[in-house]
Design a protein around this ligand. Structure first.
Ligand SMILES: Cc1cc2nc3c(=O)[nH]c(=O)nc-3n(C[C@H](O)[C@H](O)[C@H](O)COP(=O)(O)OP(=O)(O)OC[C@H]3O[C@@H](n4cnc5c(N)ncnc54)[C@H](O)[C@@H]3O)c2cc1C
Length: 345
């Protein structure tokens, strides 16, 4: 046979088996979140013979230098604990993808998940374990200069500010812990606290205020972060009691005002409480069949790692029951329709 004709005959088959770059992949279960809750859910899903896709970026826990309350291990770094969870999840059959989900369609089944890297997936069931993130100030310039001088982790970034002036925004434990790290490096540390006094423990406050490079302004907040396009240069500040405004030159702004649940992606579709967490049953069931939640994104009491892993386990078991029931229904429907065909014949 002519080579051209032979190629034309095979072409449709070649096209069918060629992997399509942008094709939508379907999974029985997709877990959003690579933190303790999401990875534990993945381990339990794997044990139920469901091979989930787990999508997420680094958990905040990975930045914690020492954890002393993980049962069975007296001291372990957050990064190592997360790494162990991930290794366990992969061994149980999970596929992990470092990416961020930017849209979720919870209105139709299968659910559609779209990511920042442009991938689209569908799933019969979802476990949302998106945890928490740092609260933002919300002033102009914060977003523009994020990672260009605006940051939140002194442990990670303090050496970048060696002999340079920095500002810390906040008055709680996170702010003062950042001051403790930064005083080894920064030439001047100015703490801008919106409240009238610090809310961190007194001993910690006393220790930090002993450093000669530390100065604190209470009742104050940043109104604008300004820079030269590449990096922060100064910050405009307002005193909310006196109304006075002033400007401080700085190279770094450490935003240390606490944490909030990452529930923006689905807050319009699921019930949310005053703390922005999804309200779910104790086993992670939400009002949308097939959608489950776990960890700090949900109304899990206390929110320590042990609580979050427990809720990940419960959500995975709930999801496994849901998928099994759904499969059973499909099998029953198929049997029923084939019986009907047989009867009609
Ligand atoms: C400074 C600090 C110290 C702590 N120390 C301790 C301690 O010593 N002991 C203790 O028990 N607990 C500690 N905790 C609490 C602990 O970190 C939490 O209990 C735990 O991390 C919560 O787990 P999680 O899986 O719910 O969420 P997280 O660990 O927050 O993980 C959430 C995951 O979801 C992902 N995600 C979020 N949004 C998206 C999206 N749109 N698309 C894809 N992925 C997304 C994130 O990238 C991340 O992978 C500490 C927390 C902090 C901040």
């Amino acid at each position: 046979m002519n080579k051209k004709i032979l190629f034309a005959c095979w072409l449709p088959w070649i096209i069918t088996i060629m992997p399509e770059e942008n094709s939508t992949q379907h999974h029985q279960l997709i877990i959003v979140g690579l933190g303790p809750a999401g990875l534990t859910a993945a381990i339990y899903a794997g044990r139920a013979k469901i091979k989930p896709l787990v999508i997420g970026n680094e958990s905040l826990l990975a930045t914690v230098p020492v954890i002393e309350n993980w049962p069975g291990t007296q001291k372990i770094s957050g990064a190592e604990l997360i790494e162990r969870f991930a290794t366990h999840a992969k061994a149980a059959g999970a596929e992990c993808l470092n990416d961020e989900v930017d849209t979720l369609d919870l209105n139709h089944t299968p659910f559609t998940v779209h990511t920042q890297q442009g991938k689209t997936f569908t799933a019969d069931a979802l476990i949302l374990a998106t945890g928490m993130t740092h609260k933002k100030i919300g002033c102009p310039g914060e977003r523009e200069y994020w990672t260009k001088g605006v940051c939140n982790c002194a442990i990670c970034d303090a050496p970048l500010y060696n002999k340079k002036p920095v500002i810390i925004v906040g008055g709680g434990m996170a702010a003062l812990q950042n001051a403790q790290w930064l005083h080894k490096y920064a030439s001047q540390i100015t703490i801008i606290n919106r409240d009238a006094a610090f809310s961190a423990p007194k001993k910690m406050v006393a220790d930090v205020l002993k450093y000669p490079t530390v100065k604190a302004y209470h009742n104050c907040e940043p109104t604008m972060i300004v820079g030269d396009e590449n990096h922060v240069t100064h910050v405009h500040i307002r005193n909310n009691v006196s109304g006075e405004t002033f400007t401080l030159p700085t190279n770094g702004v450490f935003v240390s005002i606490g944490y909030e649940p990452c529930t923006q992606l689905f807050k319009d579709r699921l019930p949310i409480n005053e703390e922005s967490q999804v309200v779910a049953s104790p086993v992670g069931v939400t009002p949308i069949p097939g959608v489950f939640v776990a960890g700090k994104a949900a109304n899990v009491p206390n929110g320590q790692i042990v609580h979050c892993v427990a809720s990940g386990c419960s959500a995975a078991i709930s999801a496994a029951h849901y998928l099994e029931a759904k499969r059973g229904t499909k099998v029953r429907k198929r049997m029923f329709s084939s019986c009907q065909r047989d009867t009609n014949a």
